[in-house]
Design a protein around this ligand. Structure first.
Ligand SMILES: [Zn+2]
Length: 208
């Protein structure tokens, strides 16, 4: 009889307070509500993960990975928010003090999100590059986190390409030249309002 490979099981117990961590289906990073911390199993231990809580209206929090990024194209390198918005043809006003900041890719981290919604949410927020206001605290209702940093980073190119205008997307030699490099990712929790089965971010007109 073939021997099953050994499976290492990490008990889902908060290393700080000993509380049982909620193991929702598809979770890869687990919150401890007692300690207001996130834990991620890595190799044989639980490693602490930071969560940035964003201000806004709503009681259900949806997690996103935020990655600073740079893009190389046939036309040169794009390293700032101002340059990125020119690349996408985004004509909305950008505060002068944000021009030189690194652009951020938004990649949903929530478990079980259908691919088309994931792409739409990532595209919309990356393109819009909203001003982010943090607040202190930890979300009491956080949707299960189903995507780790490495998995999220693999989607960077797809989401970046989705933010480019149709003219760019028709230009195959331009598309072939596009290369996205992401920096270290950070998790943030964005508040959404409950609207029946859906979640709504009113200010950003985003429904998931
Ligand atoms: Zn704890």
């Amino acid at each position: 009889m073939a021997r099953e490979p050994d499976l290492r099981v990490i008990p889902l117990i908060c290393p700080d307070c000993g509380a049982r961590l909620p193991a929702e289906e598809g979770s890869v990073i687990f919150p401890c509500g007692e300690c207001a911390l996130l834990w991620e199993p890595r190799e044989e231990a639980l490693v602490r993960r930071e969560l940035r809580l964003l201000a806004g209206e709503g009681s259900v929090h949806v997690s996103f990975w935020l990655f600073p990024f740079r893009v190389t194209t046939a036309g040169g390198e794009v390293t700032t928010l101002g340059e990125y918005r020119r690349l996408t043809g985004n004509s909305n006003r950008l505060e002068p003090e944000r021009q030189g900041m690194p652009p951020l890719l938004f990649i949903p981290a929530v478990a079980g999100m259908p691919p088309h919604l994931l792409l739409r949410a990532g595209r919309l927020l990356t393109l819009r590059s909203p001003v982010l206001t943090s607040r202190r605290g930890f979300p009491s209702r956080l949707m299960a986190i189903g995507r780790g940093e490495r998995d999220a980073a693999l989607m960077a190119q797809t989401i970046l390409l989705a933010t480019l205008g149709p003219e760019r997307l028709r230009n195959l030699s331009f598309l072939r030249s596009v290369k996205v490099t992401v920096g270290e990712g950070g998790l943030c929790a964005i508040p959404f309002l409950e609207r029946g089965e859906r979640l709504l971010h009113g200010e950003w007109s985003l429904e998931i």
